[in-house]
Design a protein around this ligand. Structure first.
Ligand code: FE
Ligand code: CA
Length: 524
C-alpha cells in the first residue's frame, strides 16, 4: 500500500489556542458527549486542571498515546498538583478528530485519573489511519484542555517520501529559558525525538537559578529523592509553556538518561556509594524516578515501570523509509570500569544482554532504507576517560558497529553532552582512516549552564579527531529531514537563553549524508 506523502501541516498553534478556550470547547463537547452529565465528578476539579498541557507519543500506524496530567496547582507541596485525593477515581474524556475544530471526531473515550499516577492519563487510541494528522483534546468536568496535534506513523512498508523530525535533550529548566522549544513548536515536524534528561535532580537555589525572572519555591532547594520530590520537579519543568507547545505540535518518542534519576547512575549503582554494592536506597530512588517519568511523559502502557524496572527500549518503523531504535543506555549497563583492562573487557555491555540481542536482531531483520540508532549517550570515540558514554564500553561499541556495517544507511542520534556535534562513524573506532559506517548527530541541550559559547574547554577533546566535523557549545536542537536519497541535518541554536525567551533561531551548520555513501558533507 502506498501512503500519501506528508503535506505541509496546516496546524497553527495560535489558531488552536484561540479554539481551545473553555466556551467554544465546552459547547462542542457538551453536544457530542451525552455521557457528560453522569461523568461529572461529585466534587468539581479545581480550575486550571490542564495547566501542564497535553502531549502525544509512541505513534504507530494505527494508534497513538495521548497524555495529560490533572494539576490545577502544579507545585502543591504533596506532589499531587492540587488535586483532591477523594474521590480517588476521576473520569477524563478525550476526543480525536480529523480537524482542529473537532467537526469530524473519529475517536472518543474516557479514562480514569487517580492519585496513584498523580492524576496522569495515557489513553492509547486505536483504529486510526496510517500517516495521518489528528487533533485531540481532553475534558474533565466542565474544563477543556488545549488542543494538540499528532500524527500516526505511515503504514508498515509504505513508500513514504520524507520524514521530518527534531532531536532534543537535556532541559535544565532552572539554567535556561526554553527558547529552543518556542522555535521548534513552529516547525513542521512528523516527530520529535527526546534523548534523555527530561528533568535534573539537583537542588535549585539562588546559585544555580540562571533563568532570569524565574522564582522557585524553597521546596525545590534539595536534591530530589522521594516520589513527591520527583513529581514536583516534573511539575516545575512541565510548567514551561514552550515545552508544552513542543509537545502539542507532534508526537514524541522519548528515552531517558541519567538525570531522570540521578547523575551518572548506571544500572543499580547510584552517584554515591560503593561501586560493587547495589544500594537499596538507590534502587528505591530509581523506582520513584522511573515512576514520575512515566507519569509525565507520553509513554505507552507497556513502558510503565514496575518498581525499579521498566522496558522503554523499542523500535518504530516509519514506512519503509526508516526504522528508529530507541535505546535505554542506563538501566542495564555494567558498572564504571576500575581500570583499563576492565574497560576493554570483551563481555562488557552498555545495553545489557537482552537489549543488545534485541537490537542486533532488529537491525539484522530491518528492511528500512535508513536505520536510526537513538542513544542516550554519544557513541563516537572522544577520550578513554569519558567512561559514562560508549567510550566506557568499547567492546559493546565494536559489536554494534559490526552489525550497523551490515545494515542499510545507519545513523546514530544522541544527546547528553550539551554540545552540538556532527561526526562520521568509522568502521574501526581506533582507526580514523577506516571506512565510514554512517554518521552521528549529537544534539546540544535545550537549556543548561546558561548561554554557552561556540568553543569551550572541552572543544579540543572532540576536535582532535578528523571524523568530528562540528563542535558547538550553544543551546538548541537538530532538525532532520530524511528522503530516500539523503538525510539533511540543520544544527539550530539560540544565541542566548538566560535573559529571556526572545532569542531568534539561528543555524550553526547544515550537513547532508547521501544514502549509500556514508559521511557528512557540510552544505552551509
Ligand atoms: Fe544532560
Ligand atoms: Ca545525561
Amino acid at each position: 500500500m502506498v501512503d500519501v506523502p506528508p503535506t505541509k501541516s496546516t496546524f497553527s498553534r495560535r489558531a488552536l489556542l484561540q479554539l481551545s478556550g473553555a466556551s467554544v470547547g465546552a459547547i462542542a463537547l457538551g453536544i457530542d458527549a451525552p455521557e457528560a452529565a453522569d461523568a461529572t465528578p461529585a466534587r468539581p476539579v479545581p480550575d486550571g486542571a490542564f495547566s501542564l498541557g497535553v502531549a502525544s507519543g509512541d505513534p504507530r500506524p494505527d494508534q497513538v498515546v495521548l497524555w495529560t496530567r490533572l494539576a490545577p496547582e502544579p507545585l502543591a507541596d504533596n506532589g499531587h498538583g492540587g488535586m483532591p485525593l477523594r474521590p480517588a477515581r476521576i473520569p477524563v474524556h478525550y476526543e480525536v478528530a480529523d480537524d482542529q475544530k473537532f467537526r469530524s471526531v473519529v475517536r472518543r473515550g474516557s479514562v480514569i485519573a487517580s492519585p496513584e499516577l498523580a492524576h496522569a492519563v495515557h489513553p492509547e487510541v486505536r483504529g486510526l489511519k496510517p500517516g495521518r494528522e489528528y487533533f485531540y483534546r481532553f475534558r474533565v468536568g466542565r474544563q477543556i484542555s488545549p488542543v494538540g496535534r499528532t500524527k500516526t506513523m505511515p503504514d508498515t512498508g509504505a513508500d513514504i517520501k520524507t520524514l521530518s523530525f527534531a532531536t532534543a535533550s537535556c532541559q535544565r529548566w532552572y539554567e535556561a529559558h526554553f527558547t529552543a522549544y518556542r522555535h521548534m513548536a513552529e516547525e513542521d515536524l512528523d516527530l520529535i525525538l527526546f534523548l534523555g534528561d527530561y528533568i535534573y535532580e539537583y537542588g535549585i537555589t539562588d546559585d544555580n537559578l540562571l533563568r532570569q525572572g524565574a522564582s522557585v519555591p524553597s521546596s525545590q532547594a534539595l536534591d530530589i529523592e522521594t516520589l513527591e520530590q520527583y513529581r514536583l520537579r516534573h511539575s516545575l519543568f512541565k510548567s514551561d509553556s514552550h515545552l508544552q507547545d513542543a509537545h502539542a505540535i507532534a508526537p514524541w518518542l522519548t528515552i531517558w538518561d541519567d538525570h531522570d534519576v540521578a547523575t551518572n547512575y548506571g544500572n543499580e549503582i547510584g552517584p554515591v556509594g560503593p561501586r560493587d554494592v547495589p544500594s537499596k536506597y538507590f534502587i528505591h530512588r530509581r523506582a520513584v524516578g522511573y515512576r514520575a517519568f512515566y507519569e509525565n511523559v507520553p509513554l505507552s502502557l507497556g513502558m510503565q515501570s514496575d518498581g525499579p524496572d521498566a522496558r522503554i527500549y523499542q523500535h518504530h518503523d516509519a514506512g519503509s523509509l526508516a526504522r528508529l531504535y530507541m535505546l535505554d543506555t542506563r538501566q542495564y549497563r555494567d558498572a564504571p570500569p576500575e581500570d583499563r583492562e576492565e574497560q576493554y573487557a570483551k563481555g562488557r555491555t552498555i545495553l545489557g544482554t537482552d537489549q543488545e540481542r534485541w537490537l542486533h536482531k532488529s537491525l539484522h531483520r530491518s528492511k528500512a532504507h535508513w536505520n536510526l540508532v537513538v542513544s542516550g549517550v554519544a557513541m563516537v570515540p572522544v577520550t578513554e576517560s569519558r567512561t559514562d558514554q560508549w567510550d566506557g564500553y568499547p567492546a559493546a561499541r565494536e559489536r554494534i558497529l559490526e552489525t550497523m556495517q551490515r545494515s542499510d544507511n545507519p545513523v546514530v542520534l544522541s544527546g547528553d553532552i550539551h554540545h552540538s556535534v556532527a561526526a562520521d562513524v568509522k568502521a574501526k573506532p581506533d582507526d580514523a582512516s577506516s571506512s565510514n559506517v554512517g554518521v552521528e548527530l549529537v544534539c546540544t541541550s535545550i537549556g543548561s549552564n546558561g548561554d554557552g559559547a561556540p568553543k569551550d574547554s572541552l572543544a579540543d577533546d572532540w576536535l582532535q579527531h578528523s571524523y568530528v566535523k562540528l563542535y558547538d557549545g550553544r543551546r538548541g536542537y537538530v532538525h532532520c529531514r530524511l528522503t530516500d536519497q539523503e538525510l539533511t541535518a540543520d544544527f539550530k541554536y539560540v544565541p542566548y537563553v538566560e535573559a529571556d525567551d526572545q532569542a531568534p533561531l539561528k543555524t550553526i551548520a547544515r550537513f547532508r549524508t547521501e544514502a549509500g555513501n556514508p559521511g557528512l558533507e557540510r552544505i552551509d
